[in-house]
Write a protein that binds this ligand. Structure first.
Ligand SMILES: Cc1cc2nc3c(=O)[nH]c(=O)nc-3n(C[C@H](O)[C@H](O)[C@H](O)COP(=O)(O)OP(=O)(O)OC[C@H]3O[C@@H](n4cnc5c(N)ncnc54)[C@H](O)[C@@H]3O)c2cc1C
Length: 447
């Protein structure tokens, strides 16, 4: 993969990627409440770096930070504004597990050595994120209150047992919860038990993006916004990226574009299917209500495929959301659907209003495993968070940086596989929302 064509989209996009469309500023609570970003330029020159990072989300900023802290000259290119991809739009739940694969699945897939390293990275990923926030003093409303997964049918207690047992064996701080314990944690008796990981929690994700970016710059890296890499090629011993007005030449490359990839590396862009997920924030809840709903302020996401999830903000809003078959008039419809769902779970929330509704693209893979790649000499990437990428992308960003600065990937938690582009990706994106029907069918059945 050394020619320019391999890394450019067929028929280069007419529009500059990163502007408008999927990158438009969302009406999110995070845009309304995060501290302002550092003021950063667009690239307008030719620059040299040891490490070129493409993507200004958690992956790219974590990679940029770790490479810069190791003394390397780092350039980060962001196509749009920092956090305009999934990192600034998500629910902010810091969850140290994957969506579906459990430790045994990871070891089956990647072998003992590589699989165990990845299990260790995921096990530690929430603490890694919260420790980083504390070490750098980033103001992002971080609350390490734990993450809980309640089960929505009696038979699904098997899922909680399996996960608590497997993660417990690998040293994670987990606990299996019976029905009474879950009811006390959530403030509803609709669930049949569950499990929790005490190292999880939640953050204001855009505040973390912006705070991290300021620290990346403080560590000596150059971060450019509105600077999409339009092409990336391997020339001699270097990676060369062109932006609309500039060029970067670097020894190593980290690609962190995930579900918001523009233009380059089509083989990675098309191995994930971006699926729209809707987020919404209630008005701030009064103290009396707050004490009865999720009183311990954990992050919560349950076992439904049509996921129920929620977490508090610093000013006591619940941030929740859902999935829609049809996005038309989605915000208004979701206010009704999710409002009724919340009232069904918590009568105290009957009539609660929503101040913000927004959405974002989650990079899904067909088997729910993340993909980690070598792009060629000193080039590394990952994609496919499947909705569990806040903690994971910070940790994988660090590992990709370590590989990019010369650590032997054999010693890192990077289970490389070859890219697996999906031949009918555009079609899958169109029919992707139909998957919700299958989820709902499964959700209504016992396992
Ligand atoms: C609505 C929603 C809710 C979610 N909720 C949660 C949650 O609660 N917990 C959880 O663990 N995970 C959640 N996720 C997943 C999580 O947000 C992602 O896994 C994570 O943010 C991925 O970070 P990233 O840096 O890899 O990718 P992104 O944040 O998507 O960043 C990719 C960046 O690359 C840039 N880019 C693309 N192409 C180029 C180019 N050619 N040149 C330069 N820059 C480029 C994009 O503009 C973008 O900023 C959610 C995702 C969404 C969308």
């Amino acid at each position: 993969m050394t020619n320019q064509g391999a890394h450019q989209a067929a028929g280069q996009a007419q529009d500059i990627p990163g502007r408008g469309g999927i990158w438009q500023r969302p009406d999110s609570l995070w845009e309304a409440t995060a501290p302002p970003p550092p003021v950063l330029p667009a690239l307008q020159d030719g620059v040299q770096a040891d490490v070129l990072v493409i993507g200004g989300g958690f992956t790219g900023l974590s990679a940029g930070l770790h490479a810069a802290e190791a003394g390397r000259r780092v350039v980060v290119l962001e196509a749009s504004e920092l956090g305009r991809g999934a990192s600034g739009r998500n629910n902010g739940q810091v969850i140290p597990t994957l969506t579906r694969p459990d430790p045994a699945d990871l070891i089956d897939r990647f072998g003992w050595e590589s699989g165990e390293r990845l299990v260790g990275l995921i096990r530690d990923s929430a603490s890694t994120l919260f420790d980083l926030v504390r070490r750098l003093g980033i103001d992002c409303a971080a609350e390490q209150t734990g993450w809980v997964q309640p089960v929505h049918s009696p038979g699904r207690i098997k899922i909680a047992e399996r996960r608590a047992t497997q993660w417990g064996k690998f040293g994670a701080d987990v606990e299996l919860l019976d029905r009474a314990a879950v009811s006390a944690i959530l403030g509803t008796d609709l669930y049949f038990g569950g499990w929790m990981n005490r190292t999880g929690g939640h953050i204001n994700p855009l505040a973390l993006v912006r705070g991290l970016a300021a620290k990346v710059v403080a560590a000596g890296a150059a971060v450019y916004v509105n600077s999409p890499a339009l092409s990336v090629q391997r020339r001699g011993d270097s990676w060369v990226a062109r932006t609309p007005q500039g060029m970067v030449t670097a020894d190593s490359l980290v690609l962190g574009t995930n579900g918001y990839a523009a233009t380059i590396f089509p083989e990675i862009r098309t191995e994930v299917v971006p699926v729209l997920s809707w987020q919404m924030a209630t008005a701030p809840l009064g103290d009396n209500v707050r004490k009865t709903v999720l009183p311990g302020r954990q992050a919560m996401s349950d076992t439904h495929g049509d996921l129920r999830f929620m977490r508090y903000t610093a000013d006591n809003r619940l941030v929740t959301g859902g999935a829609l078959l049809n996005p038309v008039n989605g915000a208004e419809r979701l206010k009704r659907i999710v409002g009724a769902r919340l009232a069904g779970m918590f009568p105290a929330l009957n009539g609660v209003g929503f101040d913000h509704v927004w959405n974002g693209r989650i990079a899904m893979t067909t088997d729910y495993f993340p993909r980690v790649h070598r792009l060629g000499p000193n080039g590394f990437a990952w994609a496919g968070c499947n909705g569990r990428g806040v903690a994971l992308s910070v940790s994988l960003g660090r590992e990709l940086a370590r590989a990019a600065i010369g650590q032997d990937p054999k010693d890192l938690a990077l289970p490389f596989t070859a890219p697996t582009p999906l031949p009918f990706n555009a079609l899958l994106q169109r029919i992707g929302p139909l998957k919700i029907l299958q989820y709902r069918w499964n959700d209504a059945r016992e396992v």
